[in-house]
Design a protein around this ligand. Structure first.
Ligand code: HSE
Length: 350
């Protein structure tokens, strides 16, 4: 029996219970969710009796080897993650806000304590992307990471196009389906995508890159149905794309709505799906595609990390500090823009 605790029993935490309950493969089939930390109670839930509000009970229980942080936010979630690592417990999370803001510190504390801090689910929902970049691409020089990294905005753009829904209507459906952040402004304004490209580019370029250091972040709030229709006339769709690419010894990182030609793989990414393209100077372009949000896909990624923590097959990766002038932002001279018939300019993704 391997005891774990889940901090935060919402969309993702609840999904972790589902995935573990269905899993027949060892070592996950031996996992026992001993505690759920949540302020709410779940009297009807099969393991509702495991709910506690006392983090110390979890931290002082030596039988708990993995703490799953699916609380969200960067306050208590950070505090509890730090305390769990210091107590010698592996921590697995889907919380990109904590990874972005405190990842450097938490990875160092994990390494000091001989445990791991893993966050595959923080980017791309169910798509395995962090472990592949950390492992499979290790020998290569990654020159570009680009992606549709936000399920909510992709869902909105898809439904604005296919059903003529307004942004507000499509957002309401995305919220109902559990894709959106607690504050959907983070999705719409591109902040969620920016956090994710900060994490991915940091791993790809072997540096700690914070979301705050990304100089250009534009969301989809300014994208209208007219823009989408005019883009269609040019054989394009509009997608919110985050790009981090090497330019000499620097990296241009930005998030913005782009026109994507109908021949591009990225034009086929619909609904809440995400796609990430990684280009290495040896391997060329590799594309990852899958469900970027939602309870079970995200929980599947969390559970993959739980498995790696328990089996000892993962190690915490620490990186270099980012030089202050490493990141360059939007550069209208160097980028390709297309002007729609209504005069609005969009970047072109290729
Ligand atoms: N709000 C996020 C999204 C959830 O829509 O992609 C997954 O990170």
């Amino acid at each position: 029996m391997i005891n774990i605790a889940i901090l935060g029993f919402g969309t993702v935490g609840g999904g972790v219970y589902e995935v573990i309950s269905r899993c027949k493969k060892k070592p996950l089939s031996d996992v026992n969710i001993k505690y759920i930390l949540d302020l709410r109670s779940f009297p009807e839930h099969p393991i509702g009796d495991r709910v506690t509000q006392d983090i110390d009970k979890i931290l002082s229980d030596d039988s708990v080897s993995v703490v799953v942080e699916t609380m969200g936010g960067d306050g208590v979630a950070y505090k509890f993650s730090l305390a769990a690592l210091k107590a010698g417990k592996n921590v697995v999370t889907s919380n990109k806000a904590v990874v972005d803001k405190f990842g450097k510190e938490l990875e160092a504390v994990a390494a000091e304590n001989g445990v791991v801090y893993l966050y595959e689910a923080s980017v791309g929902g169910g798509i395995p992307i962090i472990a592949p970049i950390n492992n499979c691409f290790k020998a290569d020089d990654i020159t570009r990471v680009a992606g549709i990294l936000n399920g909510t905005t992709n869902y909105i753009l898809t439904h604005m196009q296919s059903e003529g829904k307004s942004l507000e209507e499509a957002l309401a459906s995305a919220q109902k389906l559990g894709y959106a952040e607690a504050d959907p402004h983070a999705d719409l304004a591109g902040l969620d995508s920016a956090r994710k490209i900060a994490i991915l580019s940091g791993i790809a370029f072997d540096k700690y890159i914070s979301f705050e250091s990304i100089p250009y972040v534009e969301g989809i709030e300014g994208v209208t149905s007219e823009d989408i229709a005019l883009a269609e006339q040019l054989g394009c769709v509009i997608r919110l794309i985050a790009v981090a690419e090497k330019v000499g010894d620097k990296a241009r990182i930005l998030v913005a709505p782009h026109l994507v030609g109908n021949g591009s793989l990225f034009s086929a990414i619909r609904e809440a799906f995400n796609a990430v393209s990684v280009t290495g100077s040896a391997v060329g372009e590799v594309v990852f595609y899958g469900q970027g949000a939602g309870s079970l896909p995200t929980a599947a990624a969390v559970c993959g990390d739980i498995e790696r923590a328990i089996s000892g097959s993962a190690k915490t990766v620490t990186r270099n500090d980012c030089e202050p002038d490493f990141i360059i932002g939007a550069d209208p001279e160097a980028e390709r823009f297309i002007t729609l018939a209504n005069g609005k300019k969009y970047r072109y993704f290729e």
